[in-house]
Design a protein around this ligand. Structure first.
Ligand code: ADP
Ligand code: MG
Length: 702
């Protein structure tokens, strides 16, 4: 698809779509190096924005050089020599004079510079003086009389681009410069003319020039703004298209009944709903009655009682005659919710079906048939199971427990299954608004702040491994008093087997303790067969197992109110939010509970300090904020898996205002041309199809 053609004089006319190898100075061999960075055309190269900049705009004379300041010096090469090191490497050493003094420069592994930087050559170098040796190590340089305007590698804000082996920064900068000159002004601007005021007056071509080689701070800021806006605008347009595709389809049925079932169910609950639960339910039901699909998050700290709210919402939908899918991240949770809801639903006589990997094939087929036939039942299972195997053409409501494992893609997939179901997402971790905007376009939120009453106190202690005997003694005491305990060992990244072994070792260690000998201890980890998992959990829930040694399979949602002790080994290996989730497994009953976080041998003072955050805070929202600060939003939300495209320039913690403006602009654009068929939106349309092909199929083929 290359667009190069020949001019009358036989020269190749370069354009944004031209393959890189035709750029002067590149050629096929270098083009292959660029390919490794995903760059095959001039436009790709122009969109390969610098990662950062080295600011070496300050020119100084040699006599004014001070160590540790990035500066630029202009002079003439005085002496130069290749230096062969004992390691067999050839370095290059040179001195440069400017009439005020002499500066020593040293280039590791760059003996070939002897050919360029000969004595007498005018040269400009940029870098920092090494305080100890009083010389510049590996300075950037330009060997020419070039006037300041044309300097690419020195004396300016020097762009630092991502590179790959064999491709030097100098080659990269020269290629970018050439591509800018050849094609920057002809890159099609995906932002339609007259869109908002946010992008500013700078043209796309100028923005590309300034982002790579900023003339000054203002130029860089304006370029960044222009390109960040473009990036966010594209993303928001995708979300807006999807929102409309989901919302436009007429609802052919109302998804909420009159609330008789839910009313009966509330009366049958063993306790009254809290005020927050009532309010959240009202908000959800109001959504269910509206003609556009609900997209709501139910946000409530661990133990705040989200499940029952979801259950009551489900009953409203069931009453209207539609099935409900309740999706959980793990099998354990599916089964647990299955048991909870079966118990609760007995009062109203509603069928609950639990689908797990261990559901016998015949039973699964039967449930699948009922769902396909549109029977109004609540089907509980893991995402994988419900998304992949089961057709629910009249699905009324999809409930997703624990948001962070469920993203944009999954939602789109659900929506395509048949009709557009309402979506209710249950989560304990608040998402920063910028992230919801970026991921979902928008999302309504209901919050459970107050916890249900009647809970015992929950205290958190931090201890070193040396306190193990005391922890053991305490555990024995709790168990003797009729309580139960969890001991959790961390999942070790990428080596699932190791954590299984760690869990096994811990299990053996506890079983060998005389103080615990009289009690039943069991082991739970992800390598067990589902049936074994289930057996262990059942015994624990029934109180016949007193202590459970587990990997993080129990992290989310497990609810055994009689458990009062949570011991987390090597706690410093967990994220704060995850620890808060683990801690939330206790403190669910009337008894006082304790969570002991044991810092691992290599936790160090910083690791322990991090754990102190948990001892200090018991509010999950505050902890999530702290976690966000420590780890960044991507980590916290697994946005990589959740389908949020990698943003090249935008920084969600800084660019919130631009994000809002981009959203407004996207709404306007899509509002005026829902399938982007107008000529003003042609470049936008093709940019979207290029970058977001998959999620857009259903939005743009209208
Ligand atoms: P989470 O929000 O973490 O999913 P759950 O839904 O598992 O919390 O609820 C935690 C515990 O609180 C459960 O044992 C549940 O039965 C109980 N619970 C929920 N709502 C109330 C309430 N209104 N009053 C008393 N206990 C409640
Ligand atoms: Mg839960």
């Amino acid at each position: 698809m290359s667009t190069e053609s020949r001019t009358l004089t036989g020269e190749r006319a370069l354009g944004p779509g031209t393959r890189l190898q035709f750029l002067p100075g590149i050629g096929p061999a270098r083009a292959r190096l660029f390919e490794r960075l995903g760059i095959s055309t001039l436009e790709h190269l122009l969109r390969h924005y610098p990662r950062t900049y080295l600011d070496v705009r300050r020119f100084v004379t040699v006599k004014d050089l001070k160590p540790g300041e990035p500066v630029t010096v202009r002079g003439t090469v005085k002496s130069a020599a290749a230096v062969r090191t004992r390691a067999g490497r050839t370095d290059f050493s040179a001195t440069l004079g400017d009439g005020t003094g002499v500066l020593a420069c040293y280039f590791f592994g760059q003996g070939f510079l002897a050919r360029t930087l000969r004595p007498g050559t005018p040269v400009v170098v940029s870098g920092e003086i090494d305080g100890l040796e009083r010389r510049m190590l590996n300075p950037m340089f330009e060997a020419s009389e070039a006037d300041v305007e044309e300097l690419l590698n020195v004396g300016r804000m020097v762009p630092v681009h991502a590179l790959t082996a064999g491709l030097t920064a100098r080659v990269m900068r020269r290629a970018v410069r050439a591509a800018l000159d050849a094609a920057a002004d002809r890159v099609a601007d995906p932002v339609p003319e007259g869109t908002g005021s946010a992008p500013g007056p700078m043209t796309l071509g100028e923005a590309l020039r300034q982002i790579h080689f900023p003339a000054d701070d203002a130029g860089l800021a304006a370029a960044r703004r222009r390109l960040v806006f473009e990036e966010l605008f594209l993303l928001q347009t995708v979300l807006e298209l999807r929102r409309r595709a989901l919302g436009e389809a007429d609802r052919t049925f109302v998804r909420a009944g009159r609330g008789l079932l839910a009313g009966r169910a509330v009366e049958a609950l063993p306790w009254p709903l809290t005020g927050d639960q009532c309010r959240a339910l009202d908000e959800i039901v109001a959504d269910l009655k509206r003609p556009i699909p609900m997209h709501r998050m139910l946000l409530g700290d661990v133990g705040s009682g989200k499940t029952v709210v979801a259950y009551l919402a489900a009953l409203h939908v069931i009453e209207s005659g539609h099935p409900v899918a309740f999706m959980t991240p793990t099998e354990i949770l599916s089964r647990q919710h299955g048991e909870t809801l079966t118990r609760l639903a007995r009062a109203v006589g509603i069928p609950i079906a639990v689908l797990t990997a261990s559901t016998p094939a015949a039973e699964r087929r039967e449930i699948a048939d009922r769902l396909r036939g549109g029977e109004a039942l609540i089907a509980i299972g893991t995402h994988a199971l419900i998304e992949a195997k089961i057709e629910i053409p009249t699905l009324g409501l999809a409930i997703v427990d624990e948001q962070h494992r469920f993203g944009v893609r999954q939602r789109a997939r659900l929506a395509q299954k048949g009709g557009i179901p309402d979506l209710l997402v249950l989560t304990a971790t608040p998402i920063p608004r910028t992230l919801t905007l970026a991921c979902f376009g928008d999302l309504d939120v209901s919050t459970l702040r107050a916890r249900p009453p009647g809970r015992g106190r929950l205290v958190t202690r931090i201890a070193g491994e040396e306190k193990f005997p005391q922890v053991l003694e305490f555990m024995a005491g709790e168990i003797a008093a009729g309580r139960q305990a969890y001991v959790v060992v961390p999942m070790i990244e990428e080596t699932g087997r190791l954590s299984v072994r760690a869990a096994e070792a811990e299990f053996e260690r506890l079983r060998a303790q005389p103080a615990l000998r009289a009690f039943r201890i069991e082991l739970l980890h992800g390598r067990l067969k589902p049936s074994e998992c289930r057996a262990v959990m059942d015994e624990f829930a029934a109180g016949r197992v007193q202590a459970l040694v587990a990997t993080t399979v129990i992290e989310v949602g497990v609810d055994v109110p009689n458990a009062t002790l949570m011991v987390v080994e090597n706690a410093d290996r967990f994220g704060l939010t995850q620890l808060h989730q683990l801690r939330g497994r206790v403190g669910r009953g009337a008894h006082r509970s304790v969570c002991v976080l044991i810092a691992g041998p290599d936790a160090g003072p910083r690791g322990r300090e991090r754990l102190e955050v948990l001892a200090r805070l018991d509010d999950g929202f505050a902890i999530a904020e702290e976690d966000l600060r420590l780890r960044g939003p991507g980590e916290l939300w697994g946005t990589r898996q959740s389908g949020l495209p990698r943003l090249k320039l935008a920084d969600l913690s800084r660019d919130e205002a631009l994000l809002e403006e981009a959203r407004e602009a996207a709404r306007e654009t899509v509002g005026g041309d829902p399938h982007l068929l107008g000529s003003a939106n042609a470049a936008l349309r093709s940019a979207l199809l290029l970058n977001y092909a998959e999620p857009l199929e259903f939005a743009l083929t209208g």
